[in-house]
Design a protein around this ligand. Sequence first.
Ligand code: ADP
Ligand code: MG
Length: 739
Amino acid sequence: MLELSTKIEEVPKIGTVYQKRLKKFGIKTVQDLLFHFPSRYDDFSEIIKISQARQRLGDVVCVQGRITETESKHTFKKWVAMTEATIEDETGQVKVIWFNQPYIIKTLREDDCVCLAGKISLYKEGIYLSNPSFERINDIGENESLTHTGRIVPVYPETRGVTSKWLRYIIKPLLYRFAEQIPESLPKEIIKKYKFLPINDAIWQLHFPESFEAADAAKARFSFEELFLIQLNVLKQKIKLMQKRAPECKMDADLMKQFTESLPFQLTDSQKKCAYAILKDLEKSVPMSRLLEGDVGSGKTVVAAMAALSVIKNGHQVAFLAPTEILAKQHFKSVANLLKDVDVTLGLLTGKDARICKNTAKGEGQAEVFEVSKKSFLGDLENGQIDIAIGTHSLIQKGVEFKTLGLVIVDEQHRFGVEQRDELIKGKKLVPHLLSMTATPIPRTLALTIYGDLDLSLIDEMPKDRKKIKTVIVEPGQRKEAYNFIEKEVKDGKGVFVICPKIESQASKLQSVKEKGEIIGSLSSQTGFVPQNYNVGLGQLAIQEVKAVKEEYERLSKEIFPDLRITMLTGKMKAKEKELIMQDFQKGEIDILVSTSVVEVGVDVPRATIMMIEGAERFGLSQLHQFRGRVGRSDMQSYCFLFTTSPDQLNRKRLKALVESSNGFELAQKDLEIRGPGSLYGTQQWGVGDMAMQGLSNIFLVEKTRTAAKELLEKDSELKNYPELKERLKQFQQKIHFE
Ligand code: ADP
Ligand code: MG
């Protein structure tokens, strides 16, 4: 007996291969299938008589007829499979040709009635219908039960091995069976207020709309609903948190003054403002949830250090989480250095390593760092010996206990700490404050949705002594010149970063390019649609330079700069090995460091003044901006060289934007305009539907859903009177995972 919650394994017609493919994109139940929404529609709603076809050359239309002949052959010049058929109705005959779909012949039987939707094209002797979608019908003139033709036809997001045709074939019968049973999850008053379609209609109209207006109405409802769920989720968490208590950490104004005066630089006004907001939050007994946002190099660490200082002075501990071991080690060093005149014990915990650093307030500067066993480290954390513990995720795993954790600082993982804090606070009386830091610009719509439970502080100004990094697009013909320049800088004692797109050998790359080319070839001939990124011919792709770290390393060290000290760093290396390399680079024992994009952001090497990026067009603007932020961390003039061989105008436009702007926000906005919302923020991993994604760029919708969610939770914070909504929210929470 099928139900909405039935697993897809039990749905007839879905074999094991398809079960696997569907699961890959998160479809586990009948309900999930029904909520797998089309991304667009083909308008195949016009059905014409065959005699009219001649006047409709170039149009996409439907014809219905009886198959009189079928034949399978190959094109004359190329070996492209061709399936031909002739169909007739009472007004005439027309030829039908499918390219590259040899299997189609098996599904065509003479004398069958079919409905076909495709483009009327011109052939030597006449017109034909090219590559049409088709389905069998009982008789000419039948159009009530059409699924793939003769109507507005849904096209689902492209996924390997699961075609839209297959999905329509599976989803339609399920809709007949279940559309009426889907519980209405939106509150009645909201449906009434916004005149939304009830869910049972909406789901039909979304998959198989009667008109484009009906599809839009259905979309409006689901976009609202998805954003509304995000809002409810975030606001509910916030309400839950507001009921908890956090340690109140009084701000010591004199101490802060003393601290800022000890710094070798002056804080920018932005830093001061942010620090103040944070220190004030820490005084409250409600847990802080604050996102500190500031471009690379804007100086977030020192602000975090001030927060940490305030918390330890109030007798509580601080956990400082970094996304990678190298960054954890760097933070350990810089925080220890920033707090060198403070009585503080810092700990570093990464995979296997544990280190301690005890600073004293005697003005002797930063103390020695020594290694300890992990066991003794954990003991010190638990008995409160360690004031500030810095590390990767391993710091907040099971078995790691703090005596009195007052503040969690999270670097570059946005929401990471939010969920982790939920874990940390289970069964605890006091909840730590949370400070999350990011260099990723967050547009207002996201700030109001997925980050809606966090307060925002923005460092919107750079330290004054910074020189603008000179950014240059290097054409293939200018390579030599660029290399000469680099050599000169290195002889001056400067360091150079080289970033390559991926670790992949030329040979394996070619293979994958070839595969891609084939897939695209058949895809484009079927649909007439070529994905935007792939509109390069096969040959062109192959000669396009694809830089692999290893190859680049060898080329640079053997051919280009045989006299310089070059090392490569890849994501696959052991943490220890990476750390040693970074140290050597920092100390100036390595001139050029070749690495992939996976290598950590935010690594601080002041002597590095050149960032050289191979295949620059392959990266997003925000990412390029992040790379660029690794140089220019001193008062020396720094450079960013963008190597590209791509003649593509869009790519050019993007790289130009990088040359012209040094503002991360502006660049993110540009990326959004040029490449669309999917390109940014790692959004693909969130598990949010396309409807919500589109909604996320609509500030009006975002505000509307936020208000609706607030109003509802004010009335009924537990959603006691809305069991269907509560259930839907529960399912939703299991699906999403914001970062
Ligand atoms: P990010 O915001 O990218 O994390 P960091 O905190 O690593 O930046 O700071 C980058 C560098 O700038 C560090 O070397 C830091 O000591 C320095 N710095 C921070 N604030 C200032 C300032 N107000 N003036 C000058 N240098 C500063
Ligand atoms: Mg940083």
